[in-house]
Design a protein around this ligand. Structure first.
Ligand SMILES: NC(=O)C1=CN([C@@H]2O[C@H](COP(=O)(O)OP(=O)(O)OC[C@H]3O[C@@H](n4cnc5c(N)ncnc54)[C@H](OP(=O)(O)O)[C@@H]3O)[C@@H](O)[C@H]2O)C=CC1
Ligand SMILES: O=C(O)C1=NCCCC1
Length: 342
């Protein structure tokens, strides 16, 4: 659901887009809490120009809810297991409400112990990961999160897919400016971007994936229809993807990317896996103020000619959307309104 036509809609405010998406989720059986969490997440991605995980994902959420694969009414169970460890069973629901439910305890533990871990299992994550970490940095905390997805990436040196696209997101406060945030798939390209390229009839750059015979291809359809993705950076991205499987699944009690089978749920799109978050209170660290130190690093990076930090593009898209509204193409907006029953 992206760039289906060239005709732009009238701009929507962020609140109007959240409200429209909320109606879609409610109409397809989620609780009010889940609808709000997913609508804010998805509208935030669209507002920030993170199109692979913005409104493009809405039909996938809807078909998944219709398939019965995920529980849109799940109430997460939060367990206080140790001074620096919180566990959540998401109850076969979405990961974002599970994080929201555990957040106050996680932050309290991070502030008292200096570091705290949140292990979410039995959860579905179908979204961009930066919305899960960025808010911690606005509160002066450092956050790192990983989530595993579904088998579609060939480990470096292997001949068949095993890993998910397994993103890693990091956020840190800085003294003078937006937090430093990066969020990247450990595959050479996110699965969502392959779907968007296929829909637009565009080729991919070399090195992104292989076809059903394991041969390199730039054709997104060949990757989606029996082919697979490659890790970014060869053995290095592959090692990070392996780490994500270990932290997001083995450590949380969730499924590895290859462990769930959604074949009995036609229409299911959301990986049923796990997620790990680590939150650090930098005020507990020795020495200087962390936010000043991160600002100094940014200053030095700019000093050597760096013009774009990770997150800069998103923030400029966010400023533009906040000033001018969020524009969808007309066909996409019509589809969203139909899904909302309007
Ligand atoms: N839920 C799930 O299971 C999965 C979710 N995803 C999501 O897909 C999204 C897209 O991932 P991916 O395609 O890897 O992201 P990108 O490759 O587009 O970007 C990765 C990071 O690098 C930054 N960046 C990109 N280009 C530059 C540049 N030229 N200079 C400096 N920084 C740069 C981006 O910042 P900026 O944003 O400002 O451009 C971003 O922080 C992520 O949000 C991820 O969480 C991916 C896989 C699975
Ligand atoms: O783009 C991706 O890669 C994914 N996004 C949502 C969950 C599945 C993988």
């Amino acid at each position: 659901m992206s760039a289906l036509s060239d005709h732009a809609s009238s701009p929507l405010s962020f609140a109007a887009l959240v409200s429209l998406l909320e109606k879609i989720f409610l109409r397809h059986g989620t609780s009010a809490e889940v609808a709000r969490a997913l609508a804010e997440n998805c509208a935030g991605a669209e507002r920030d120009g993170a199109h692979s995980h913005g409104v493009f994902r809405i039909p996938g959420y809807v078909s998944t809810l219709q398939s019965g694969w995920v529980n849109g009414q799940a109430v997460p169970t939060v367990e206080d297991v140790a001074s620096g460890f919180v566990r959540v069973d998401a109850g076969n629901g979405f990961a974002q409400p599970a994080l929201a439910a555990a957040r106050p305890l996680l932050v309290a533990k991070a502030r008292s112990a200096g570091i705290a871990v949140l292990a979410i299992r039995n959860s579905h994550h179908f979204a961009a990961l930066w919305p899960d970490v960025e808010p911690f940095a606005y509160e002066g905390l450092v956050a790192l999160s990983v989530v595993n997805s579904m088998t579609c990436v060939v480990p470096h040196g292997a001949d068949r897919p095993l890993f998910g696209t397994n993103p890693i997101a990091f956020a840190a406060p800085r003294a003078d400016g937006e937090p430093i945030v990066f969020d990247l798939a450990t595959s050479a390209i996110a699965h969502g971007d392959v779907q968007i390229a296929a829909r637009k009839g565009e080729s991919l750059p070399p090195g992104m994936g292989v076809d059903s015979l394991g041969q390199p291809t730039c054709d997104p359809k060949a990757i989606l229809e029996g082919g697979a993705l490659l890790p970014f950076g060869g053995h290095k991205g592959s090692a990070l993807s392996m780490m994500v499987e270990l932290l997001a699944a083995a450590l949380t009690g969730g499924n590895f990317s290859f462990e769930f089978d959604w074949h009995n749920h036609p229409g299911a799109k959301t990986p049923w896996t796990g997620q790990l978050l680590i939150v650090i209170d930098p005020s507990k660290a020795a020495g200087q103020n962390f936010a000043e130190r991160s600002q100094e690093l940014v200053r030095q990076m700019h000093g050597v000619g760096l013009r774009r930090l990770p997150g800069d593009r998103r923030h400029s898209e966010r400023s533009k959307s906040n000033a001018q509204g969020i524009t969808l193409d007309e066909q996409t907006l019509a589809q969203l309104r139909e899904l909302a029953g309007l």
